[in-house]
Design a protein around this ligand. Structure first.
Ligand code: GAP
Length: 462
């Protein structure tokens, strides 16, 4: 299934390996025509439920680069790392915590001493091997920083801890830095949230799972600021909102589950992941995290910047640093999840049909318009008129290439929910055949009703 999804994603212009003509660049991907359309639809679906339908959440688009002190205050410079081991024979690089996990030892957020002690135990039992070549000659684990550095405004040779700037490893840093401006300009009452979607960068040690774990990716995060006593209630509320979001966009309830973090960072009181059962990756894996972070982030930024980040409660006249809970999801990971869930191969009249049974609201192309015959100018003219009208409101394609069956198959593969054929009856009575992707049923529909039907009744609108 993994190979099928990877090759499908490239063949149908969803995801390309980056820099391919130069031999590629590990764990970096580009998004083709249908990929960017799908990605934008997922992002808009997230934004709709996190901002548009909420009166208590504001939007933000903060910069990738921030004052480097941001990441000292957040603890990333000191300890945002993974334990790395190398194979002395084939030079493969591995994540030691993943190897331990495969043997049932949870090493998330453990010290390097703990990791090495557990690796030694596995070695003694003859269970520690290179995952690439099977050699037992492995290095000790060492800390590998995930921070990506740049030399913005300073010459490359002068890159040092003093003048380094970082590409943000998570988007929420910008939300904490803009909290003061948001409070001063939008005057929110507690609780309120700030949401943003944008690029993040991590120097991942191993990234072999297509777009699941990459070095450049997009996150969609929402930080919810509140009184500490409201945390429990709001945490449960957001858990429910996020769970329902997956169902709303067609992910079956039995393909997702909650995974509770047993080991928490010192400032957190609760953390859960939404895990999706990836057929292409062989099981349940994290797509989203929901974390109760206390007042740690704002307290640290207040301390490191010297700026008062207290919130003044107008009713009680109390001043305090709000507590934060966050929802944090990877957009690229969601795209993989939706492809994984929708990719279907089935047999129709003895022939194989590949169809992307993706939620209609997320489908990259909502409708495709075909003239029955390419060489009949009156059919082509009418088809172009219908196409021009629909594309004002939704992504629509025009196709007059090959027979109708082939055109249906091409649209099925990219998940287009509706195909519209203009035939000779159209010229008589202004109706078209409207063909449904999933049932493959066709119905005659008046041209004047098409747009409304597709957008409202048939659920193509995000
Ligand atoms: N602010 C909290 C935070 O960043 P995280 O668990 O490190 O938490 C949140 O990341 C989400 O971001 C993950 O659940 C995942 O969907 C996505 N993500 C993290 N690292 C990623 C990577 N290297 N490639 C793609 N997505 C990633």
């Amino acid at each position: 299934m993994y190979d099928k999804i990877v090759s499908f994603a490239k063949r149908r212009a969803f995801v390309y390996p980056s820099s391919e003509i130069y031999g590629g660049l590990s764990a970096i991907y580009d998004y083709g025509h249908y990929g960017i359309l799908l990605k934008d639809n997922i992002k808009n679906a997230w934004w709709k439920h996190m901002v548009q339908l909420r009166e208590d959440v504001y939007g933000l688009d903060s910069a990738v680069f921030m004052n480097p002190k941001t990441w000292v205050a957040s603890g990333h410079v000191e300890s945002f790392d993974d334990p790395q081991i190398d194979c002395k024979k084939c030079k493969a690089r591995m994540r030691a915590d993943h190897i331990l996990e495969e043997h049932g030892i949870m090493a998330d957020r453990e010290t390097i001493e703990f990791v090495n002690q557990k690796l030694d135990e596995l070695k003694e039992q003859g269970k520690l091997k290179c995952s690439a070549c099977g050699s037992t000659e492995l290095t000790k684990a060492k800390r590998f920083s995930l921070m990506v550095k740049s030399n913005l405004g300073s010459p490359t040779e002068a890159l040092s801890e003093k003048n380094v700037v970082y590409l943000r490893p998570e988007t929420c840093g910008g939300i904490y830095l803009e909290y003061k401006n948001i409070v001063a300009t939008l005057h929110p009452k507690l609780p309120f949230g700030v949401a943003q979607a944008g690029k993040a960068f991590r120097n991942e040690i191993v990234a072999r799972q297509f777009i699941f774990r990459t070095r450049e990716f997009e996150q969609m995060e929402m930080q919810y600021f509140q009184k500490p006593e409201d945390m429990k209630k709001n945490y449960e509320m957001w858990k429910e909102i996020r769970w329902n979001w997956y169902l709303e966009y067609g992910i079956p309830a039995d393909k997702i589950r909650w995974a509770k973090h047993e080991k928490l960072v010192h400032y957190a009181s609760e953390a859960h992941d939404v895990e999706y059962n990836f057929a292409s990756l062989g099981g349940f894996k994290e797509v989203e995290g929901i974390h109760a972070r206390g007042n740690w982030d704002l307290t640290r930024h207040s301390k490191f910047s010297g700026v008062d980040l207290n919130f003044l409660d107008e009713e009680t006249k109390e001043r305090f640093i709000p507590h934060i809970m966050e929802t944090s999801v990877g957009l690229n990971r969601l795209l993989l999840m939706f492809l994984d869930n929708a990719y279907t191969e089935e047999e129709v009249n003895g022939e194989k049909r590949t169809v992307l049974k993706i939620d209609k609201k997320l489908a990259p192309i909502k409708a495709a318009v075909f003239p029955l015959l390419k060489n009949k100018p009156e059919l082509v003219k009418k088809a172009r008129e219908v196409y021009e009208d629909l594309r004002q409101n939704m992504m629509t394609e025009f196709d007059d290439n090959g027979n109708i069956g082939k055109r249906y198959r091409r649209q099925d593969e990219i998940g287009t929910p509706y195909c519209i054929t203009i035939d000779f009856d159209t010229l008589e009575n202004d109706t078209v055949t409207l063909r449904d992707r999933d049932s493959m049923n066709q119905e005659r529909t008046p041209v004047k009703d098409l747009k409304k039907k597709l957008l409202k009744e048939y659920g193509c609108e995000i």
